[in-house]
Write a protein that binds this ligand. Sequence first.
Ligand SMILES: *[C@@H]1O[C@H](CO)[C@@H](O)[C@H](O)[C@H]1NC(C)=O
Ligand SMILES: *[C@@H]1O[C@H](CO)[C@@H](O)[C@H](O)[C@H]1NC(C)=O
Ligand SMILES: *[C@@H]1O[C@H](CO)[C@@H](O)[C@H](O)[C@H]1NC(C)=O
Ligand SMILES: *[C@@H]1O[C@H](CO)[C@@H](O)[C@H](O)[C@H]1NC(C)=O
Ligand SMILES: *[C@@H]1O[C@H](CO)[C@@H](O)[C@H](O)[C@H]1NC(C)=O
Length: 782
Amino acid sequence: MLSVLVLHLIPRFMRFVFSRMRSLLQVSYTSWFLDAFNYAIATNMDVLNLSIGGPDYLDLPFVEKVWEITANNIIMVSAIGNDGPLYGTLNNPADQSDVIGVGGIDYSDHIASFSSRGMSTWEIPHGYGRVKPDVVAYGREIMGSKISTGCKSLSGTSVASPVVAGVVCLLVSIIPENKRKEILNPASMKQALVEGAAKLTGPNMYEQGAGRVDLLESYEILKSYQPRASIFPSVLDYTDCPYSWPFCLQPLYAGAMPVIFNATVLNGMGVIGYVRSPPIWHPSNEEGNLLSIRFTYSEVIWPWTGYLALHMQIKEEGAHFSGVIEGNVTVRVHSPPAQGERAVRTSTCVLKLKLNVVPTPPRSKRVLWDQFHSIKYPPGYIPRDSLDVRNDILDWHGDHLHTNFHIMFNMLRDAGYYIETLGSPLTCFDASQYGTLLMVDLEDEYFQEEIEKLRDDVINTGLGLAVFAEWYNVDTMVKMRFFDDNTRSWWTPVTGGANIPALNDLLAPFGIAFGDKILNGDFSIDDEQSRYASGTDIVRFPRGGYVHSFPFLDSSESGATQNLLLNSGMNKADSPILGLLEVGEGRIAVYGDSNCLDSSHMVTNCYRLLRKILDFTGSNIKDPVLFSKSVKQDMPLYEDDNHLSSRRTDVNFSVYSAVLGKDLICRTDSRFEVWGTKGYNLHIRGRNRKLPGYHVIGLGRGLNSTIDTSNSRRPKFTEKNKGDYFGNRYLGELDVPELVASQWLVPAVIAITGFVLFFSIWRIRQKRRRRRRSMSGRLANL
Ligand SMILES: *[C@@H]1O[C@H](CO)[C@@H](O)[C@H](O)[C@H]1NC(C)=O
Ligand SMILES: *[C@@H]1O[C@H](CO)[C@@H](O)[C@H](O)[C@H]1NC(C)=O
Ligand SMILES: *[C@@H]1O[C@H](CO)[C@@H](O)[C@H](O)[C@H]1NC(C)=O
Ligand SMILES: *[C@@H]1O[C@H](CO)[C@@H](O)[C@H](O)[C@H]1NC(C)=O
Ligand SMILES: *[C@@H]1O[C@H](CO)[C@@H](O)[C@H](O)[C@H]1NC(C)=O
């Protein structure tokens, strides 16, 4: 008999929502789900539909229990989430590769706007996400039965998921009961679903996965199924746009950061499998040899699934090549013999590649995006970037070019820029290759070596630097604290929207620093209407630079106090928010807000401003408005050291940081030449440094040589003495003052926790309601 467990009406997660009336609306706990899953295992369920989820993929008891479920051969189907159309909004457990994650479409085969979009964010900032959802199914206005009598129509991925669960049940039922054990498992079912799915024209792979679920096609596949392994997606085709977005939008070229494609290995042969020899690249033509490819992959595939990541570079001899490279990647998977068998099960799976290659673009058109210094939720309370957004208090969309910055990515591509991703420290790229290093909304610290190298890169190598910062105000952070009932602990933002003290250290060599105001308001620059949404101000800027100031209200805790003292809530002072500077060979632009580039919660975009900034930093083209005489600084902006914001002393930041207490190392997302090293040497500049292209450091030193940071050529700027403060700034006492209700004022504070839930119908309706009432609080959904 086929048994199906329907888990619903129980939101997995707990969440407090404080509306202005501070009413408690919704609470549920991980432990409830653990109980339900244990029940499913104990009673030998075959299929499990789960219409719940949340962004906390680091909830280990939950994630491990899901592994236990699938390892016990229970096929889990789960809704991908209703946080679309934003990208990087997949919910756990649907984002796990052993779970069948389902997105929603409407009856005209369009992706439902509410359906969460990929990629998975477990892997970033230091790698690349997987394709999800796996499949999509009808999820808008689906008729279902009411609890009382009759029917009603429901929308949400919560309804798309049971549609697939139903498909899975039908597919299970076609396999004779005595054969089920042999061929039916979470991997073979997923193979049948993704290989049978109908690819929709229009949506990309992070929207539709393999496409719309197709019962009959999947039936055909399963009918003659022999246990085997396969790769999903099985094709990466740069000529198939928009399905292969973002890959098809930017061709490969020599000298670029490696492009990473993270595919999933599905192993229908057994719950455990092994990859004993490295995957192999088989080019199908001569040009295929121009591709340099490395693999990182799971050597042990458990439960049922693993990953195979391709790291792709074009060799130097392909620097002028233009055309298409084709071939296959193959990988052999072994599983132990099944019961009654003697031989090890073996299967070779294939991933087909069709890649576009162009000659290396000019330096000025190449932009490098710093992903390395981004920290997102989970693991810590990384707060949102716009404090006006009350229904989404966490920064959890990945802050990646292909998640919440995807529209900016598309825009820059349209404008002729090539944008590469840096997933390793700033020592791991060769500045002579790039027009601009783009640093947006960054939360992490910097190694001393990075600070030194960036100074050198800008001043001596002529690198352009564009920084988009965010708010940072310790008093406000402390006020945003809340008690999380799931972990039974207080949660406080570990940093602001951006890590201003760290950015200030990075920018100190250039005489630039941000302040701790939280500024809001509308303004217009060069006739472009803009909204400054919880941005910061510039408090230091050298003479000779160009600085733009606008009248804004400071809504930070400290600012609010100031406003009270001045006895006027409407005290709008002119605050500097945009600064432009030529320094040495290079150019720098700083701006205090990133919301105008971030597709999540954007009010107005500032893509035009960004393009003008990149024209300046990359090509030294000066826009007459941005560089008008009236904004040139005759005197430097200067704020005393003691007035610059400092780090929190009550937070152990090394728990969240890839810098503090960690070794400086270029990882497998950097150029192959520097994998496992500290990166490009600073010292050789001007002498042995070869242009263009990446070459190992001169002076006969090997790849592993340490960077000598005792750079004696000091730039023209004085730098404050940093000492070894990293050692103790984070190690203070835990002495956050207790909160009382009246302190939850600015901003009206909401608390959430562990799992933020989605749940279709209710949530979508709630969204509308919320918009109307502009109530605070992202409400639990069911
Ligand atoms: C799946 O879950 C949803 C939401 O919890 C529920 O409405 C539906 O009845 C379930 N369906 C099946 C087939 O399990
Ligand atoms: C690919 O995804 C897997 C599974 O999440 C992850 O462990 C691995 O680090 C990723 N690889 C890369 C290069 O991002
Ligand atoms: C690549 O794989 C496809 C499909 O498996 C096969 O038809 C083709 O011959 C292979 N090409 C090469 C060069 O291995
Ligand atoms: C801070 O966290 C790190 C890494 O998690 C740990 O090694 C260290 O002991 C912690 N420091 C304090 C003071 O708790
Ligand atoms: C560089 O480091 C790697 C890994 O630590 C080591 O295997 C290798 O021998 C080192 N190479 C040199 C030249 O020291």
